[in-house]
Ligand binder design. Sequence first.
Ligand SMILES: NC(=O)c1ccc[n+]([C@@H]2O[C@H](COP(=O)([O-])OP(=O)(O)OC[C@H]3O[C@@H](n4cnc5c(N)ncnc54)[C@H](O)[C@@H]3O)[C@@H](O)[C@H]2O)c1
Length: 332
Amino acid sequence: MRIRFALLGAGRIGQVHATSISSDPDAELVAVADVFEDAAKALVARYGGDVRSIDAIAAANDIDAVVICTPTNTHADLVEQFARAGKAIFCEKPIDLSIERVKDCLKTVAETGAKLMVGFNRRFDPHFMALKGAVDKGEIGKVEMVNITSRDPGPPPADYIKYSGGIFRDMTIHDFDMARFLLGEEIETVFASASVLVDPEIGRLGDYDSANVILTTASGKQCAISNSRRATYGYDQRIEVHGSLGMVSAENQRPVAIEVATAQGFMRPPLHQFFMTRYAAAYAAEIAAFIAMLGNDSAPTPSGHDGLMALVLAEAALDSIATGRAVRPDVI
Ligand SMILES: NC(=O)c1ccc[n+]([C@@H]2O[C@H](COP(=O)([O-])OP(=O)(O)OC[C@H]3O[C@@H](n4cnc5c(N)ncnc54)[C@H](O)[C@@H]3O)[C@@H](O)[C@H]2O)c1
C-alpha cells in the first residue's frame, strides 16, 4: 500500500521527514503546507508535491496521512482537525505542553478512531533498537537500572527556549519516553535536580540548562537521566541498561568511524553534530514504521498515550524541583 502524505511545517524537522517520505518506496509526498510559503515551496521543489493550505489538505481526497512538523503550540489543534478529517496522523513531540490539552486532544482521536503516532524517534534508532532487542531476549537477565546520557552540543537560541516549554518538556521528554520503553514498567517516583550552568539567559527565561532525573518504578527498577544543553565534544547520546545477568550499552556514534593510534594516544573523529545526522536512520525508520502500521492496520506505537505519559513525567520533574522531593506522577 502506497501512503499519500502531506507535510505540515517545512522547518528543521519537516525537512528531515520530507527526505524520509520521498525516499520510501511505499510513500509519496503529495502536499506541503507552511505559513511561510517560501519554506513550503523550497521543500516541494526538492521532494515533489504541491504547496497547499492546511484546510485544503484536510479536505483533500488524495491524501491519506499527515506529518505534523509545525511548532508545538499548533500540534493539538492540528491533530484534532486531521482526526476529524479522517487522516492518519504522525505528530512530532510533544503533542502539547499542557497535560489537560493533550488529554482533550486524545479524546478527539479516540472518538474519531484516527490513527495517531507520536515522534519519539529514538525508539527507532538502530543502535537503541538492538539494545532493546538484547533486553527483550533476556540477554542481560532482569532489567535493574538504566542510564541515559543526552547532551546537546550547544544551547538553542533564546527565542526557541521561550516557547519550548522548558528543558523537561522539550528535551528530557525523549529520555522519559526511552526510560518507559526500556524499563517496561510505569514510573512511580520522579526526583529531579536542575540548574543553570551553561547560559544565564536560559535562567532569565525561567528555564534550566543542566538537569539530572532519577525515575523509580513500583518494583524498584531505576533510571538515571543526565541532560545538558552543552557538550563541547558534540551530540552526546548514550544508553546503558544493567540487568541481573549483565549489561548492554549503546555508545556514541560518529559520522566517520576510525581511530588513529600514535605515541600520543588514541584519536577518533568527532561525534555527530546534532540530531539531524545522529538520528537520520531513526527518523527514516519511524516513518517506515508509521507506513507499515497503516498498511497492516496495527496500533500506532509510540501512541498518543506514550506522548501523554512522557509529558506527565516532565511535569513531575518540575514539581520535584519546586518541592525538593521525589514526586509521584499523575496516574493516567
Ligand atoms: N523528534 C525530534 O527529534 C524533533 C527534532 C526537532 C523538532 N521537533 C519538534 O518538531 C516541531 C517543529 O520543530 P522545528 O525545529 O522543525 O521548528 P522550525 O521552526 O524549524 O519549523 C517549523 C515550521 O512550521 C512553520 N509553521 C509555523 N506555524 C505554522 C502553522 N500554523 N501552519 C503551518 N506551518 C507553520 C514555520 O514557518 C516553520 O517553517 C516542534 O514541535 C519540535 O518539538 C522534534
